[in-house]
Design a protein around this ligand. Structure first.
Ligand SMILES: [Zn+2]
Ligand SMILES: [Zn+2]
Ligand SMILES: [Zn+2]
Length: 171
């Protein structure tokens, strides 16, 4: 059991964000529900899709990526409603269009796509999956499957989570 520094409750490790480098250990000393409550900015955000102004809780935030001020980084400016509509569209497109095999090229960056970043041999300029179903956001039409880094717009390896938040100092 671990004590959340924020709500002071004794909780099992499952109530905390997991530390990918130390299995069975919490990544932070505050629990996930405290993170949801206190680590998301209380600001209004304009959804880029429906253009409503909504509290930031309506938007998805990374669990393990933080801004300098300790607040969680927002994934994008699509509100929950628009995101779930979007995932329904993607699910439909995935059913209609089969993903390519791994070890074939990403049509965008033209690098060979391995299933996971850990599978890429040393010294090889390759990329990794899982394959991301890409579609035109206006027409909702299927565009193709691209690699994960192309989809999230980051290059290189995906050791992308940031440890800006204070480290675990509990028992
Ligand atoms: Zn807590
Ligand atoms: Zn919206
Ligand atoms: Zn790519």
């Amino acid at each position: 059991m671990f004590t959340c520094s924020s709500c002071k409750l004794q909780l099992s490790v499952n109530s905390f964000d997991a530390d990918p480098l130390n299995p069975g250990q919490p990544l932070y000393y505050f629990c996930m529900s405290c993170s949801d409550k206190y680590r998301i900015d209380g600001v209004m955000v304009n959804c880029t899709v429906c253009h409503r102004s909504l509290p930031s809780h309506y938007f998805q935030h990374y669990r393990t990526r933080f801004k300098k001020d300790g607040m969680r980084l927002r994934v994008n400016r699509n509100c929950k409603d628009c995101s779930s509509k979007e995932s329904a569209i993607v699910a439909q497109l995935k059913r209609a269009n089969k993903a390519p095999n791994y070890l074939t090229k990403c049509p965008l960056c033209e690098r060979i796509v391995y299933e996971k970043s850990e599978d890429i041999p040393d010294g090889i300029n390759a990329t990794n999956g899982p394959w991301q179903c890409d579609h035109d956001h206006n027409t909702k039409k299927f565009r193709g499957y691209i690699c994960k880094p192309c989809n999230v717009g980051v290059s290189g390896d995906l050791a992308a989570y940031q440890r800006n938040a204070p480290a675990w100092n509990g028992e």
